[in-house]
Design a binder for this molecule. Structure first.
Ligand SMILES: O=C(O)c1ccccc1NCC(=O)[C@H](O)[C@H](O)COP(=O)(O)O
Length: 218
């Protein structure tokens, strides 16, 4: 496996977690703005954490069907590099947000079966990146960050015209196999590096990044 795998650690809620992700070599750090989430950040808390991220690591704001005024209020205070849209935003809405706020957009798309794959191609026309995630259960409170994976064989050897990240239920134990099966060059994790919902574990973050890069020795 190659060490050029790029890792996104999502749902960081405190300085220790940011330091752990930065120290482990994450390429992207995700901040969740979704009040029902145990990882939700108020704007001023996110601003403080964002200031702790060194240049060269992308600060990603995750939102769910946010309207323009909510996005504007957050972006006015928090120095964000990319938006991750994790709701039911249509392709037209993705294009609109991208144009209005002038930031690269990652569109999360849930996959449960082969019927979900055409949606990915549609979003690849308007988003800068795709995040290929597990589809949340119908009764889930969270549209992502549920620690659930999907059948990776569904996307084995699939390619899209934009960069993409594999997400959903990844852990230090399974990430190498997920990369091998899918050919992903970027991976995203939240629950799999937590000791409790919303509480990141520095050792798990380090193990995850090392495993994704094929560097883990144990
Ligand atoms: O993390 C949340 O609480 C969350 C809330 C609302 C929308 C998305 C959310 N998380 C998305 C992610 O953290 C990841 O991008 C992805 O779903 C993988 O999560 P996990 O399966 O927990 O690794």
């Amino acid at each position: 496996m190659s060490s050029d795998i790029r890792v996104k650690i999502c749902g960081l809620t405190d300085s220790a977690a940011v330091a752990a992700a930065v120290g482990a070599g994450a390429a992207y750090l995700g901040f969740v703005f979704f009040p029902k989430s145990p990882r939700h950040l108020e704007i001023e808390a996110a601003r403080t954490l964002a200031a702790e991220v060194p240049p060269g690591i992308a600060k990603v704001a995750l939102t769910v069907d946010a309207d323009d005024s909510t996005l504007a209020a957050m972006l006015d205070r928090v120095p964000i590099d990319m938006l991750q849209l994790h709701g039911h935003e249509s392709p037209a809405r993705v294009a609109e947000i991208r144009a209005r706020f002038g930031l690269p957009v990652i569109k999360a798309v849930g996959v449960a079966d082969a019927g979900d794959l055409p949606g990915l191609a549609e979003y690849a026309r308007v988003a800068d990146q795709l995040l290929v995630d597990a589809k949340p259960p119908r009764d889930a409170v969270l549209p992502g960050g549920n620690g659930l994976s999907f059948d990776w064989r569904l996307i084995a050897n699939r390619r899209w015209p934009v960069p993409w990240m594999l997400a959903g239920g990844l852990t230090p134990e399974n990430v190498a196999e997920a990369i091998r099966l899918t050919g992903a060059r970027q991976v995203d994790v939240s629950s799999g590096v937590e000791s409790a919902p919303g509480v990141k574990d520095a050792a798990l973050i380090a193990r995850f990044v090392a495993a994704a890069r094929g560097e883990e020795t144990q």
